[in-house]
Structures are given as structure tokens and as C-alpha cells.
Design a protein around this ligand. Structure first.
Ligand SMILES: [Zn+2]
Length: 331
């Protein structure tokens, strides 16, 4: 009897373990991978794959893969380490180009012939356009709102008169002709209002796109001005890309494609985060938080940060313990 219970317990435990592995295998694999990277960083290359490119970027998978390959070379060329590798059809890190409101704004403004370069001059040009459009729009909007209110009143009155005649069930042919005239006049007014609304909405969308693009510039150029708070415009802290690591796995999402150089720097920066690097102070470095440098080479600050990220945690703790005395010496 005792033996039978032991067997049942063993089988139940194994069944539970199998079920747990099966239902949590994605999370378990990703956790195992993360633990391995933490314990032995840089010991084997991290693999990445193209998980998706929003078609609105107009970027082919081959072009994107080429940019990622160049970003990989930025890390491997100077360090001499095999840090990253592309793996088709699945790997450690899913890399994708995600389209969001900021890119939409940039595209919209470009179509209208605006420059959205990260320069104070471009910002000034957008600001002037924003102010003049915003001033021109105000009276249009007020007129439209007044016309809409008048239309709503006329429509309600017409509907109540018709309802009254329907209730008594009597209307002379002459009255019917009048109703018909009023109804078609209301329909014409409504169509006119819809055209006006479309024009006003197009201007509102352009204003929102201008506000979003200007908010981006305010952050990029570190300007000391208030952000534009418009309904439908994006505010806050912008990120052109992110690296995330959670139960769903590890992923790099890139949100901005201005030109090849910008995307290359951005991809290299996010790959750096994926390798465990943090931000460094040197503004020209790949791992600068501002990410608006012009160079494509690792700077000494990047290499020092790579060295830190590639040191196993135990070794790091050990080094900290024994170098404490040296660090306190004045240099
Ligand atoms: Zn960053």
C-alpha cells in the first residue's frame, strides 16, 4: 500500500512537471537564456532575427537586415568579439520596426514639404507654420461650430413638425412640397458642413502632427520650452527605440526611420542594451542616452561599458571588493 502511494505521488509529480514545462516553456526558455547571459555574459553570440517591419516605413527586409548587420559590425569590429549573430526564423531577440504616431507625424509633414531635421532652424520654421495655421483655423472652427449648431436646431424643428403631421396623418399637397423643399435644403447644408468639417479636420491633423514633431525636436535639441499640449499629439519622453526583456522574451522595437544613418545608430544603440550595456556620458558614444552623435565607431566610453557588461557578475563583485582601496586614492 505504501509503495503504491509513493508511485502515485511520483507519477503525479512528473505529470505536473511535464504540464508546467509545456504550459510555461516560452517563459522558462527565456528565463534560462537570461540566467545564462547574466552568469556568462559575452561568452556566446546573442542571436537576433527580423520579426516585423511595418509596411509604412517602405523598408525592405533585405535593407533592414543590412542595417542590422552593420550595427552588429559596429560592436564586433573594434571589440574583436563575436557578440551578435543573425538567425533567420527565430533567435534570442526579435527585432522589429514599429510604426507609431511620431513616425506618422514625420511622414505627414514631409508630404506637405516640411523639413523635420533636428535643427533649431527647422523647429523655428515649424513653429511659425504652427502659429499661423493655428490662428487661421480658429475663426473657421468658430464659424463651423456656429453653422453646425444652427443646422442641428433646424433639423430638430423639421423633425418635430414632420412627427406632428404624421401623428394627425394629414398634410396637403402644398404642405408636402414645402416639407420636401426644407428637407433638401437641410441635406445640402449637411453636405456643405461635412466638406467644411473635412477641411477643418485636415488642418487639425496637420496641427497635431506639427505639435508632435515639435515636441520631439524640443527633446532632441534639449530646448528650454514647453511642449505642445494638443489633443491627439504625442507628448512626454520620446524613445526612438526600446530593448525589452520580459516573460514574452527579448525584443528590440525601433520607432523611427529618418534616414539610414539614424536607423543604424539607433539599432547599434539598442543592440548595446541587449548586450547588457547601460548609457554612457560621452555624447558622441553609441551608448549616449541622447543618441544624436554622428559617428559609427565605438568610443572609449562604449568599450569600457562593454568591458563592464562582459565581466561575469561574480568577478565584478570580487573586483569591486578588492579595488575599493585603489578607487579612493586621489588621481
Ligand atoms: Zn538607450
Amino acid at each position: 500500500m505504501r509503495r503504491a502511494i509513493d508511485w502515485i505521488l511520483l507519477i503525479a509529480t512528473l505529470a505536473f512537471a511535464a504540464w508546467y514545462w509545456h504550459s510555461h516553456r516560452v517563459e522558462l526558455r527565456s528565463t534560462a537564456a537570461i540566467i545564462k547571459i547574466r552568469m556568462k555574459p559575452c561568452s556566446s553570440p546573442v542571436s537576433y532575427y527580423v520579426a516585423g517591419i511595418d509596411p509604412r516605413y517602405g523598408l525592405t527586409e533585405a535593407e533592414f537586415a543590412g542595417i542590422l548587420k552593420d550595427a552588429e559590425s559596429i560592436w564586433e569590429g573594434l571589440s574583436g568579439l563575436d557578440l551578435l549573430e543573425r538567425a533567420d526564423g527565430g533567435g534570442d531577440i526579435a527585432v522589429s520596426m514599429v510604426y507609431d504616431v511620431r513616425q506618422e507625424s514625420v511622414d505627414r509633414l514631409r508630404k506637405l514639404g516640411f523639413s523635420t531635421d533636428r535643427t533649431a532652424a527647422a523647429y523655428e520654421q515649424l513653429r511659425k507654420r504652427y502659429d499661423s495655421m493655428s490662428a487661421a483655423l480658429a475663426p473657421h472652427r468658430a464659424r463651423m461650430d456656429a453653422r453646425m449648431a444652427a443646422y442641428k436646431r433646424d433639423e430638430a424643428e423639421y423633425n418635430s413638425v414632420i412627427a406632428e403631421y404624421n401623428r394627425i396623418g394629414r398634410a396637403t399637397p402644398a404642405q408636402k412640397r414645402i416639407f420636401e423643399t426644407v428637407r433638401s435644403r437641410l441635406a445640402r447644408e449637411y453636405a456643405g458642413l461635412k466638406r467644411l468639417e473635412a477641411a477643418v479636420n485636415a488642418d487639425i491633423n496637420t496641427l497635431n502632427a506639427l505639435a508632435t514633431a515639435m515636441n520631439q525636436m524640443i527633446l532632441d535639441l534639449d530646448m528650454n520650452v514647453e511642449q505642445y499640449n494638443r489633443e491627439g499629439s504625442a507628448m512626454g519622453v520620446y524613445e526612438e527605440g526600446i530593448y525589452r526583456q520580459d516573460a514574452r522574451g527579448r525584443a528590440i522595437e525601433l520607432y523611427k526611420y529618418h534616414d539610414r544613418d539614424q536607423l543604424l545608430r539607433l539599432a547599434a544603440h539598442e543592440m548595446g542594451h541587449a548586450l547588457g550595456l547601460g548609457h554612457v556620458d560621452d555624447e558622441r558614444a553609441v551608448m549616449s542616452a541622447l543618441n544624436n552623435g554622428k559617428n559609427f565607431e565605438l568610443r572609449p566610453a562604449d568599450l569600457a561599458e562593454l568591458q563592464r557588461a562582459c565581466t561575469p557578475p561574480l568577478r565584478r563583485a570580487f573586483d569591486r571588493l578588492f579595488s575599493r582601496g585603489e578607487e579612493e586614492k586621489p588621481s
